[in-house]
Design a protein around this ligand. Structure first.
Ligand code: FE2
Length: 374
């Protein structure tokens, strides 16, 4: 069987990507959201833009933890496109920004291949240098913003100032963005996969159909798209018919369209990270039943971690040909049952925890049922 590395090698190289540059959330109250992500997840204050820095229509807070950079943005007036976005979708991830070597080429190549433009090439400059950006739409109203930061030495981007805060909570060991998952509508999977192949030069490295991902009630399909160096991976989910409403369908109803379902944040010590997050009040999906841990050794073989501790923390484990991984999922990060985070530690495995899908989805369904949406 072809390995992930071999599959990824088939990706086209017209769009070299160095990794995720940042993810930007459009939210109702960026000031409070920034406080939440600092307190709950241990992000650090990095940069700020708003009325005090000459930006009159919005406020943006940039938070950082190791290689993960998140931006929280709110508009200051009701007639702003960001307000319209938040009114429709609630708080959510609007921009998945990709760090590229050449923005003009990235924009030209992708729009030539049929991408819908979000923003033409723009050069932002100040005394610290310049940054080029350009953007295209992917699923729903979600955007891939290309960012070229050759010599820029200032905080985040021109227009931003360093955000010095007296409140710097302890980090939680989160290192980088492992993958970001999109939910698309009925019968939209193939179109979306083809879009990533044709427009972005990505390859499909993994597929699951509704026969593999289902519970007694709901089902979904999932395909993982990767760029040419494997630094950027976008799994795509589509709902499937089940006895009751698919959790993807619940997302689509509450987000009022397609969008980012979860961002997976990597750690190299998931026990420490999850303990710290729980102390900070982060809520995770209810742990799978005891039977999950009783059968764990048989399913995944020998692992370094104490199964008792994994069970206490509710951490899931899965194995593939290359190793194993540990993962856990938060409850939704806002009132609408839409965006959530995954915490993941990879020990060789390059896959996404398919063996856990059933346990995970049953846990999500327990929450869905409490909301009366199952
Ligand atoms: Fe994931």
């Amino acid at each position: 069987m072809e390995t992930f590395a071999e599959k990824i090698a088939r990706a086209q190289d017209f769009l070299p990507i160095n990794g995720t540059d940042f993810i930007e959330f459009y939210v109702g109250n960026a000031k409070q959201a920034a406080h939440f992500y600092k307190t709950a997840f241990g992000f650090q204050s990095e940069a700020y833009a708003g009325p005090e820095t000459g930006v009159k229509d919005r406020a943006s807070y940039v938070l950082r933890q190791n290689k993960i950079r998140i931006v929280l943005t709110s508009a200051l007036h009701s007639d702003h496109p960001i307000s319209t976005h938040v009114k429709k979708h609630g708080d959510g991830i609007k921009i998945l920004a990709l760090w590229v070597e050449d923005v003009e080429k990235a924009y030209h190549e992708t729009t030539q291949r049929g991408a819908r433009s979000y923003q033409a090439v723009s050069i932002l400059s100040d005394k610290d240098g310049e940054i080029k950006t350009a953007g295209i739409y992917t699923y729903g109203e979600t955007v891939h913003l290309f960012v070229e930061r050759r010599n820029y030495t200032g905080p985040f981007m021109p227009g931003y100032v360093t955000w010095k805060s007296d409140y710097q909570p302890t980090e939680s060991g989160l290192l980088y963005i492992d993958h970001c998952v999109g939910n698309v509508g009925w019968n939209r999977m193939n179109e979306t996969v083809q879009w990533y192949e044709k427009v972005m030069g990505f390859v499909n490295i993994l597929s699951f159909d509704d026969k593999q991902i289902n519970t007694a009630y709901s089902a979904l399909m999932s395909k993982v798209m990767s760029n040419g160096n494997g630094y950027v991976k976008f799994p795509i989910n589509e709902p499937a018919e089940g006895k009751k409403k698919s959790q993807i369908e619940e997302y689509l109803e509450y987000y009022e369209g397609e969008g980012v379902q979860h961002a997976a944040l990597a750690t190299n010590d998931i026990l420490l990270t999850v303990r710290r997050l729980k102390e900070n009040g982060v809520e995770f999906l209810t742990a799978p039943p005891a039977s999950y841990y009783e059968m764990l050794s048989k399913r995944v073989g020998k692992i370094d971690e104490d199964i008792q501790i994994l069970q206490t923390l509710g951490i899931l484990v899965d194995r593939d040909e290359e190793g194993y991984l540990l993962q856990i999922f938060t409850k939704p990060l806002q009132d609408r049952p839409t965006l959530f985070f995954e915490i993941i530690q990879r020990k060789g495995a390059q896959s996404f925890g398919a063996g856990n899908f059933k346990a995970l989805f049953e846990a999500i369904e327990r929450e869905q049922e409490k909301r009366g949406n199952l």
